[in-house]
Design a protein. Structure first.
Ligand SMILES: [Cu+2]
Length: 131
C-alpha cells in the first residue's frame, strides 16, 4: 500500500517535468521570420503614400534608383504596405499613425500592396517605377 502511493507521486512529477520541457522548447521556435535589413545612408527621395479602405494614394509613383524613404499614413483603417520582391519589408499603420522605412531599389517596376486579408483584392495595390 505504501509503495503504491510512492510510485504514483514519482509518476506525477515525471509528467510535470515533460510538460515543462515542451513549454520551454516552444519559446525558442520564434525565429523563423526573414529579418529585413534597411539600407543605411540618406534617402534620395521620400515617397508619401496614404492608405484608406481600400486604396493607396497615389497608386502610381516613380523615383530614381537608390535609397528611397517611404512614409505611409492611414486616413481610415488598419493597413500595411509590402513590396513584391522585397521580403521582410513592411510598414504598418492604424488609424492616424504614420510609419516610415527605407528601401534600396534598382531600376525596375515594383508592385506594392496591403497584405491584410482581402485588402489587395479590394484595390490596395500600386506600382512604383524606379528609373
Ligand atoms: Cu489595407
Amino acid at each position: 500500500m505504501l509503495r503504491r502511493i510512492a510510485t504514483r507521486r514519482i509518476g506525477l512529477s515525471g509528467a510535470a517535468l515533460i510538460v515543462g520541457t515542451l513549454v520551454f522548447a516552444g519559446c525558442g521556435s520564434d525565429s523563423g521570420a526573414t529579418p529585413y535589413v534597411a539600407p543605411t545612408g540618406p534617402a534620395i527621395k521620400t515617397l508619401s503614400i496614404s492608405a484608406k479602405n481600400f486604396a493607396f494614394t497615389p497608386s502610381a509613383l516613380s523615383a530614381p534608383a537608390g535609397i528611397l524613404q517611404i512614409d505611409l499614413t492611414s486616413s481610415a483603417g488598419n493597413h500595411d504596405l509590402v513590396i513584391q520582391g522585397l521580403p521582410g519589408f513592411q510598414l504598418e499603420v492604424s488609424g492616424d499613425t504614420k510609419a516610415s522605412g527605407k528601401v534600396l531599389l534598382k531600376k525596375g517596376k515594383y508592385t506594392f500592396y496591403c497584405d491584410i486579408a482581402g485588402h489587395r483584392s479590394s484595390g490596395m495595390e500600386g506600382t512604383l517605377t524606379v528609373t
